[in-house]
Design a protein around this ligand. Structure first.
Ligand code: MTE
Ligand code: MO
Length: 458
């Protein structure tokens, strides 16, 4: 984009935020109740009502505009913060976001499940920058509720095909040589609702079961070696969670031998959050979220896959011919445009920064192409640094909206050359009745009135 174009566009390109930025908790509950009664269109209606009722309270300048006749008091008069005394240090021993950002929240999808202990909350992707998910906005997936476990009593056992079975305390683990790495975790069921057709209105709900953090911990291989693991005959590790869900997953030894799998206690520079497995969780880069066992209490080394309940009857991919695919643990290359995205409203013609996220369970992102005409023409987006393996990557692209309908898509390619598929291509192979591993290209329709809608192209 040329400098003159940018300057000409200043003052235009305003965006109204997606409705979850101003839907209150009570509104969400009403939506959930109505959805339970089978009123599927109610969700959409509630979002529309919230959008219509949005006032200046959301902290946007468009609710507090610069008067065209001049004389803007916001620049002419000195505000209190320019003349008075601010607040002192340690007003809050653990800082919080601004009061004007209080609607940036992880949220439960209205009507998705009736039990909060066996549910999901989605990260507000449309409100985040860069690649790191603030820990308080990390998505959550619990099968049996979350706990805040006393680390002094937490134990981690290594047994199975090992010569010296060992029970570690947290102190022991945290004394060992540690590594810190940035990785993305995506639930295998991310975007699950969209397999058959468009189901949810905004990218928080289409793609929000994903988060990216810096994790700190000890490579699992180190702990196995301390326990005298039989690395010649041991081919699989069973990892077990400590809370009531008895979440157990088989991890192939090949992933562990590379040193990539971590027994982690740190997340974004501090201890893990209780919702994310405090005090110990498994980090399995590139692999679907369910294998990232939280409240990790045991690993067992064995010589074959364990076919646990969460591998034999859940987390299967139903194929078009009726067969079930098992152990499809890798998260393939995928991307999503987070702005403009569903529920947002473009208020002007003119310059917009198209931005989004891309990732691959196979390694680094090589490039992201963006289309604004439903896939006829593509332009390569700018990949922002750092571009890390098995982590989120941020892309940006300049765009001038001419006020006509536009269909915005992103298509990611990873370093292995794998290209993110269209819905048409994915459904040819996988059918429409799957739950997991939907990595299709997402389409957002910008309508002439500026409203952005979730659509699927056939
Ligand atoms: N112990 C335990 N570990 C677990 C789960 C669980 O319910 N219990 N859920 C799994 C699933 S399905 C996902 S997607 C991730 C979610 O991790 P998060 O809640 O930190 O986002 O944790 C996995 N590990
Ligand atoms: Mo998950």
């Amino acid at each position: 984009m040329k400098h003159e174009d940018l300057m000409a566009g200043l003052g235009s390109g305003r965006i109204q935020k997606a409705p979850e930025n101003f839907l209150g908790r009570a509104d969400i509950e009403t939506v959930a109740v109505e959805a339970k009664k089978g009123r599927r269109d109610f969700i959409r209606g509630a979002f529309a009502a919230a959008a219509a009722g949005m006032g200046a309270s959301n902290g946007l300048a468009q609710g507090n505009p610069v008067p065209s006749e001049g004389g803007d008091t916001n620049i002419l008069n000195l505000p209190a913060h320019s003349t008075g005394l601010g607040q002192g240090v340690v007003t809050d021993g653990y800082g919080k976001p601004s009061q004007y950002e209080s609607n940036v929240q992880r949220r439960q999808s209205p009507g998705l499940t009736q039990t909060a202990q066996a549910s999901v909350s989605f990260s507000p992707l449309q409100s985040l920058f860069g690649i790191i998910t603030p820990s308080g906005l990390h998505f959550e997936r619990h099968h049996q509720g979350w706990w805040d476990i006393d680390p002094s009593k937490h134990r981690f056992m290594v047994n199975g095909m090992v010569s010296k079975p060992h029970v570690f305390t947290m102190d022991e683990i945290m004394r060992l040589p540690s590594v810190s790495r940035f990785h993305v975790i995506e639930c295998g069921a991310n975007t699950a609702a969209e397999w058959g057709n468009v189901a949810v209105p905004t990218c928080q709900y289409t793609h929000g079961m994903i988060s990216c953090s810096e994790f700190t911990g000890v490579p699992l291989i180190t702990l196995l070696e301390i326990a005298g693991a039989d690395l010649k005959n041991g081919k699989f590790v069973l990892a077990e969670g400590g809370e009531g869900s008895s979440m157990t997953r088989t991890i192939p030894m090949s992933l562990i031998l590379s040193g990539e799998v971590l027994v982690a206690y740190g997340q974004n520079g501090e201890m893990l959050r209780p919702e994310n497995g405090y005090p110990l969780r498994l980090v399995v880069p590139g692999v679907q979220g369910v294998s990232w066992i939280k409240y990790l209490r045991r690993v067992e080394l064995g010589d074959k896959p364990y076919a646990t309940k969460d591998e034999a009857i859940h987390y299967l991919d139903l194929q078009p011919g009726g067969l079930q695919r098992q152990y499809s643990i890798l998260q393939e290359c995928k991307s999503v445009v987070t702005t403009p995205s569903g529920g947002q409203v473009l208020l002007d013609k003119g310059f917009y920064n198209i931005t989004g996220l891309a990732w691959s369970g196979r390694g680094k992102i090589k490039k992201v192409d963006v289309s604004v005409d439903g896939g006829r023409n593509w332009r390569q987006a700018r990949l922002e640094t750092p571009v890390l393996s098995k982590a989120l990557s941020r892309f940006n692209l300049d765009w001038v909206w001419d006020g006509k309908p536009a269909i915005i898509q992103s298509r990611a390619t990873d370093e292995t050359g794998y290209v993110q598929p269209t819905y048409k291509l994915l459904r040819e192979v996988r059918g429409t009745r799957s739950i997991y591993h939907n990595n299709a290209i997402q389409s957002w329709l910008v309508q002439e009135n500026g409203e952005v809608k979730n659509v699927q192209l056939s």
